[in-house]
Ligand binder design. Structure first.
Ligand code: ADP
Length: 618
């Protein structure tokens, strides 16, 4: 089995060649998709934006006609200032109105951009929440997620601006063409031709940018990670204690240098391509100027008309450049958006979870589990069951597979092979989310929500978040109620010091809050992975003494490295390198004198020494 988890279709080469060599006929579809995203996000702002863009362009054509009128009057045999005024006044009004249309289009564009970013972010966040937990173990998932987040967040802004610019430019080209085509159709044809090199260039640039960004994603994430180490709270203590900052800054500096080199090379290639297009375009525009000069000198065109045609040609040239630039941006953005949408589609939620029958028994049979990219199974041929009212303990050395097994039992990981049944019925992938309704978890790396204390508990079942009695009851069970009552605003106190008004708790207190969250869920099956690792020995002892009483009639799967905590379990399952090597009660396993007995004695010995010593003194 391959140890790389980059599926072939997501590799840099595959993506760049597959996606960037899109035939030109796909452009309308790609642009249509981008436009739909904008439309879905903010049709209320898009319509006025487009109206303002079209209006502004039509005003441009009007300006040209007003200028022609002014020129015509100036070129008359006996020009008078008074006769100029109406046309000059119209020119001023049209110019101001055009400027205002541009300003207000910009204002609409800004708001629309925010709307689109919000819409896009919601799409990605919703999809990411639907992703399988194991997806977060895949680098390719993080790369695509990062690209989707940044592109869906920013590209639509480019799309809205480009759409407005495209519509405005086309309107401008059409309006001005209508004004000059009657005077000299030939020039119009050459102008269209002059736009061809610009079009080819903008398409090539779009492909380059897409390929460049794909190649940078992993390095971008690395830089983000390093920056996170330097600016976030969690790593701040070790960063100082181990004086890591200069070293990390150096690594970040190296990564930035590499990126800047890449950007320089990329920008140079882009500039070369763009320069070529500009030169060819310039030559064609020069040819138009020469042709106009020839027409005037051979009296095929009056000077006033030549002036209008020249100005019109310039404006049409600008309009075409604007339109093609916009199409190029749309094309480029559409490639990014398509990548993001394809990613989101892979995470799209399946059918709504089916309600699960009330828990009676969970059984795993010959289950294997391998992490993406891992060379060997983390769980190998594991069979285990837990019934309502039972306490099953998982023990074993570090890395023996306890946490992985706990996650499989909590329906968070899907086994790579083997069978899982719930009340004797096989669990189908579509059932899994529904089953979680009946499961409460407490992980060793539980989350600390920067929300109120009540919310930290109530997140155990958000539907009951406002049930204060239930929050209090769960907190009492977890032994954290009195500490919360001491906080400045009691249960309303914001936890965590990062936001104004927030208060931090100790590690053990946070763990009790997380435990309260698990109680609050009132689920028939509990999966507790080292639930007392941050608590003091008294608190831990007390909790384990009351475990049965606290979770009477419930099934509990308990991971613990402290053997004294699992002695009372109905079944102790000993894991070693992903396999179950022993199962039994504490007494049975001691009698068997196997791995459990050895590990138990090793843990108990120091306490016996202390006990003997104390006895001796007494
Ligand atoms: P335990 O909880 O008993 O300490 P775990 O279930 O966390 O053990 O890990 C079991 C095995 O799976 C270990 O060998 C560990 O290195 C490996 N493992 C854990 N997480 C991952 C991961 N995300 N990717 C690859 N291997 C992993």
């Amino acid at each position: 089995m391959s140890t790389t988890d980059e599926p072939v279709e997501y590799t840099y080469e595959a993506l760049t060649t597959r996606r960037s060599d899109r035939p030109i006929t796909e452009l309308p579809r790609l642009v249509g998709r981008a436009a739909k995203l904008v439309w879905d996000a903010g049709r209320g702002d898009l319509a006025p934006l487009l109206a303002l863009s079209i209006g502004g362009s039509a005003l441009g054509a009007g300006r040209l006609l007003a200028a022609r009128s002014v020129l015509g009057r100036l070129a008359a045999d006996d020009p008078r200032l008074g006769s100029l005024l109406p046309a000059a006044g119209a020119l001023v009004v049209l110019t101001v109105a055009g400027g205002l249309a541009g300003t207000w289009a910009g204002e609409r564009n800004r708001v629309l951009g925010e709307r689109v970013s919000y819409h896009a972010q919601t799409i990605v966040a919703t999809a990411a929440c639907e992703a399988d937990l194991v997806d977060f173990e895949r680098p390719s998932f993080h790369n695509r997620l990062q690209r989707a987040l940044s592109n869906l967040g920013t590209r639509p802004l480019v799309v809205t601006a480009a759409l407005a610019s495209l519509v405005g430019s086309i309107a401008s080209v059409v309006a001005i063409s209508a004004a000059i085509v009657t005077i000299q159709p030939l020039v119009f044809a050459v102008l269209l031709l002059s736009a061809l090199p610009l079009w080819l260039v903008s398409r090539a640039l779009g492909r380059r940018s897409f390929g460049f960004d794909l190649g940078q994603t992993e390095a971008d994430r690395r830089r983000g990670y390093l920056l996170g180490l330097m600016v976030q709270k969690a790593p701040a203590k070790e960063l100082r204690a181990f004086q890591l900052a200069p070293h990390l800054r150096r690594i970040l500096g190296t990564l930035w240098d590499r990126r800047i080199d890449d950007v320089r090379a990329h920008a140079r290639r882009r500039a070369l391509t763009a320069s070529l297009g500009r030169v060819v375009n310039g030559l064609l525009v020069g040819a138009i100027v020469v042709a106009l000069g020839w027409m005037v000198t051979t009296r095929r065109l009056t000077l006033a008309n030549a002036g209008v045609v020249a100005t019109g040609a310039l404006l049409i040239g600008q309009g075409l450049q604007g339109a093609l630039g916009a199409v190029g941006q749309l094309y480029e953005s559409a490639l990014f958006l398509e990548d993001a949408e394809a990613f989101v589609r892979t995470l799209a939620p399946g059918d709504a979870p089916r309600p699960a029958p009330a828990f009676e028994q969970l059984a795993l049979e010959s289950v294997h589990f391998r992490y993406p990219g891992a060379a060997r199974d983390a769980l190998h041929d594991v069979s285990i069951s837990v019934r309502a009212g039972e306490l099953v303990a998982l023990v074993g050395a570090n890395g023996s597979g306890k946490t992985t097994l706990a996650k499989v039992m909590a329906q968070l990981y899907t086994p790579t092979a083997g069978h899982v049944s719930w009340n004797g019925r096989p669990v189908l992938p579509a059932d899994r989310a529904g089953l979680r309704d009946d499961i409460a978890v407490l992980f060793q790396d539980f989350d600390r929500y920067l929300f109120s204390a009540a919310e930290n508990v109530g997140f155990g079942r958000v539907e009951a978040l406002d049930d204060h009695d239930r929050v209090l009851d769960a907190s009492v069970r977890a032994g954290i109620d009195r500490r919360i009552a001491q906080l400045s605003d009691g249960f309303a106190t914001l936890l965590g010091p990062e936001f104004f008004g927030g208060t931090d708790l100790s590690g053990g207190e946070w763990q009790r809050v997380a435990l309260a969250r698990a109680f609050f869920r009132r689920a028939p099956l509990l999966v507790l992975d080292e639930p007392t690792s941050a608590m003091d020995p008294d608190a831990e002892h007390d909790l384990f003494l009351r475990l049965r009483e606290l979770w009477a009639d419930r099934a509990v799967v308990l991971v613990s490295h402290r053997f004294s905590n699992v002695m009372g379990a109905d079944r102790i399952v000993v894991l070693d390198q992903g396999r179950i090597v022993e199962v039994g009660t504490h007494t049975e396993l001691l009698a068997a004198d196997g791995r459990y007995a050895t590990m138990f004695r090793r843990q108990a010995e120091p306490y016996q020494l202390v006990g003997d010593g104390a006895g001796g003194v007494a």
